[in-house]
Design a protein around this ligand. Structure first.
Ligand code: TXA
Ligand code: MG
Length: 325
């Protein structure tokens, strides 16, 4: 038996025993538990510090298992599954009657996803059931995009971390609800609105009607350091203002500084949306560790390809700005 097989066997043994196993997906690392085991699911909430009532995504090896979890798999949802699974898309469907209430947060719907990461695929195939897995971070914090982040976040709270390297996408999956004959986008991701509409028809404009999504609470995906979004042409002047007020700052920008700014750690990140999204969480984590009193992030474009990054940055900034403005 190879070492890789031995680790996978151990992961399956732990899941069957109701323990938590973190695993890589192409989006971010997940904190996995047997979705049919109430005690295991309860452990997920405890390890994350996540309030009860916030539903989890159940990960499946393939679309063939959807009927075990959902009472309806309508044509538009099937089209999306065919087009994007395995991959970074989560479908919210009416739930099957026997799904554990803790998994769905007591709602009538369930979130399902078939990840494409080879290690996630291997784990799901070997386990043979659904794995409930939120992102493997403490509640409200930045999602982990490598195994070291998971250990940093959860330490001994997780029995095993499968190391599959760096996540390819780096931002959480796109979530589409297919409920009541209507499609709606609950969380933007790397699979964009236009790609979804090209496959399954128009998305409803929904914010008001959307089901409860904890990822939609205002202060999700946040680093510990206060974060402020600043227009590109105001970065230097805002730095000067805050430094004068005694702040030590870090800046995450798509271009170098145009002035010399002592007291400021200026980090240049990729200028294109997918690469920016890939690096965002790891960069925020490293800026968080600097011990600065504020992080300024250059505002990103308003175009559709930036929707997922914009969404995560808006939430990360929702707490308060460094000087309370
Ligand atoms: O990329 C991802 O989706 C990652 C990887 C690990 O698969 N998972 C992830 O899980 O981001 P989590 O728990 O951090 O976010 C799941 C999101 C939450 O915003 C949750 O509210 C939403 O999915 N969700 C789950 N079930 C739902 C439901 N029945 N209705 C509406 N939203 C739901
Ligand atoms: Mg999360």
């Amino acid at each position: 038996m190879t070492a890789a097989n031995a680790v996978l066997d151990e992961a399956v043994r732990l899941l069957r025993a109701g323990q938590l196993v973190a695993f890589p997906t192409e989006t971010v690392y997940g904190l996995g538990a047997d979705a049919r085991n109430a005690a295991a699911v309860a452990r997920v909430f405890e390890a994350k510090g996540r309030p009860a009532g916030h539903p989890l995504i159940v990960h499946l090896a393939g679309a063939g298992a959807v009927r075990e979890w959902a009472s309806d798999f309508a044509a538009p949802a099937q089209k999306l599954a065919r087009a994007f699974w395995p991959g970074p898309l989560t479908l919210v469907l009416p739930r099957a009657p026997d799904v554990l209430p803790a998994v769905t947060g007591g709602q009538d719907s369930i979130a399902l996803r078939v990840p494409s990461h080879p290690l996630a695929q291997a784990l799901l195939a070997a386990f043979g059931g659904g794995i409930a897995a939120p992102s493997a971070n403490r509640y409200g914090r930045v999602s982990p995009t490598c195994a070291a982040h998971v250990r940093e976040e959860l330490g001994e709270r997780v029995a095993l971390v499968l190391d599959g390297g760096d996540c390819e996408v780096g931002l959480e999956s796109t979530i589409v609800a297919c409920l009541g004959g209507e499609l709606s986008l609950l969380r933007p991701g790397i699979i964009g609105r236009a790609e979804i509409e090209a496959v399954a028809g128009p998305l409803a404009d929904t914010a008001a009607r959307a089901p409860r999504v904890p990822g939609s609470s205002r202060t999700h995906y946040a680093p510990a350091t206060p974060l402020e979004l600043v227009a590109a042409d105001r970065l230097e002047s805002r730095c000067t203002e805050l430094v004068a007020a005694g702040y030590a700052l870090a800046v995450l920008a798509r271009r170098p500084a145009r002035a010399s700014l002592p007291q400021v750690t200026w980090r240049v990140v990729a200028a294109a949306a997918p690469a920016f999204g890939h690096d965002l969480y790891a960069t925020l984590r490293s800026l968080d560790r600097l011990g600065v009193s504020g992080i300024l992030v250059e505002r990103v474009p308003e175009s559709e390809e930036w929707a997922a990054v914009r969404d995560r940055l808006r939430r990360a900034a929702a707490r308060d700005t460094p000087d309370g403005t």
